[in-house]
Design a protein around this ligand. Structure first.
Ligand code: PMT
Length: 409
């Protein structure tokens, strides 16, 4: 499956910051996604990374300056600006942010930036006090007002020893934010609810019943919906993942808690996608204290949890309702049965138990089952691509088809 970045022309601006080394990884990720990347460096950036590195990896000359030994007679600032599909400045220093906010054009990067009309993505990285400085914040506000897309710096320990905001986000995160520019905004105005991750059903204060869901598939669905313009509510069981950009998240632990939150917000949603691996059973009795080792065998009676998706199916009126089915065998039989029993518009079935897809993998191999009985067997793909494909199908086969009342979603 092709990435949305395949064939795109990206210009990467690199400024003089300690995080400049991360731009090399970002360049590689763009290329892996099939994009063609050209690099513009400021003079200060050369103190941190050599242009030869970018030149060798990108396969293009690095644009370093307008005059003197750097000039080769080409109007590069105009030619590159005209061919760019997106521009990313990473790391963006306080200096470049100030210059761009004032429209200054005194070097290759700033001159080029004035000529660009493609989406401009700015990834600030600097010391926390510098980032929080009112002048820098004022300049960022100006640039956001001018249409720049800001990728906020992460929190943590910085190279200067300070702890706080200022870290350049991981290259993979920046890549996703750039990719977001190229997705259709076909979910604009829609409210999407996604559940993700496992649930944990406590046995005693230190033990619980759960499953290996990492949340990756559900978070990819939430990220995709937000990238396509939806207002997204993610209801998440315990995971180690960060909330995707532009998504609201409510954390829950047990199936009962997930049911309460889902039912509270379901009425409001246009599309509900239940990716969470919800425990079907929960211990009937929760022990107040840690069960001590003694008997050779213990019994923990379990009772059924509420089937959240089945209940949503019963209440369903205008919504699009999509489920997932994790099976270890007879995927088609079980997934089709769930589609009917839970009154779903579509179910994504995946075989689990193999490390190359399903639980905790970065990839998934899913089969889509539709109400009209048709089945779509998809190849293995990364979970972000699978998530976008699911929204393509919701748009084309459910919202814009006769199987769902047109215009009501
Ligand atoms: O999180 P990852 O590591 O990325 O792994 C992804 C995944 C394997 C968890 C995901 O792709 C997946 O298959 N999710 C559904 C897992 C599951 O619980 O399947 P199920 O067949 O048991 O349930 C069917 C559907 O009913 C699911 O949409 C589930 O959310 C829902 N359900 C189940 C039980 C219950 N009590 N309430 C529910 O709503």
């Amino acid at each position: 499956m092709k990435s949305v970045l395949a064939g795109k022309h990206i210009v990467l601006g690199v400024c003089g910051g300690i995080a400049a080394y991360k731009s090399i990884e970002l360049l590689r990720l763009f290329q892996k996604a099939g994009a063609d990347v050209k690099v513009i460096m400021t003079a200060n950036a050369e103190n941190f990374v050599g242009p030869m590195t970018f030149e060798a990896i990108s396969g293009h000359p690095v644009f370093l300056g307008m005059y003197g030994s750097h000039a080769d007679g080409e109007m590069r600032h105009i030619a590159w600006a005209e061919s760019a599909d997106a521009v990313v400045i990473a790391p963006a220093t306080a200096n470049i942010i100030g210059k761009l906010a004032c429209g200054i054009a005194d070097d290759a990067l700033t001159t080029f930036m004035l000529a660009v009309t493609a989406p401009k993505i700015l990834c600030p990285s600097m010391n926390t006090h510098m980032y929080e400085n009112r002048a820098v914040q004022r300049n960022i506000d100006t640039l956001e007002g001018d249409g720049f897309i800001l990728v906020e710096p992460g929190q943590g320990e910085l190279a200067c020893g300070a702890v706080g905001a200022g870290r350049l986000p991981e290259p993979a995160f920046i890549l996703n934010r750039v990719a977001d520019c190229f997705y259709p905004k076909d979910l604009k105005g829609k409210k999407v609810m996604v559940t993700a991750g496992p649930t944990r059903e406590p046995i005693d204060p230190v033990r619980f019943v759960s499953n290996p869901s990492s949340g990756k598939m559900g978070y990819a669905i939430a990220r995709a919906a937000a990238a396509r313009g939806a207002k997204v509510l993610l209801i998440s069981g315990p995971t180690a993942l960060n909330c995707p950009f532009g998504v609201s998240r409510i954390d829950v632990t047990t199936a009962g808690e997930m049911a309460d939150v889902v039912f509270e917000h379901a009425e409001n949603a246009d599309i509900i996608i239940k990716v969470a691996a919800v425990s079907d059973y929960t211990p009937s009795e929760k022990f107040a204290h840690k069960i001590k080792k003694g008997q050779d065998m213990i019994n923990v009676p379990m009772e059924k949890t509420v089937d959240i998706l089945a209940e949503l199916g019963r209440r369903k009126t205008r919504q699009v309702l999509v489920g997932f089915a994790a099976e270890t065998r007879e995927l088609e039989t079980y997934a089709t049965a769930k589609l009917k029993q839970k009154n779903l518009d579509m179910i994504a079935g995946n075989l689990v138990g193999d490390a190359s897809s399903g639980f905790n993998s970065d990839n998934n191999k899913i089969k889509l089952f539709y109400r009209d009985g048709s089945i779509e067997d998809l190849p293995v793909m990364d979970k972000d691509t699978a998530a976008h494909l699911i929204f393509d199908r919701i748009r084309d086969r459910i919202i814009h088809s006769n199987t769902h009342p047109k215009g009501e979603v």
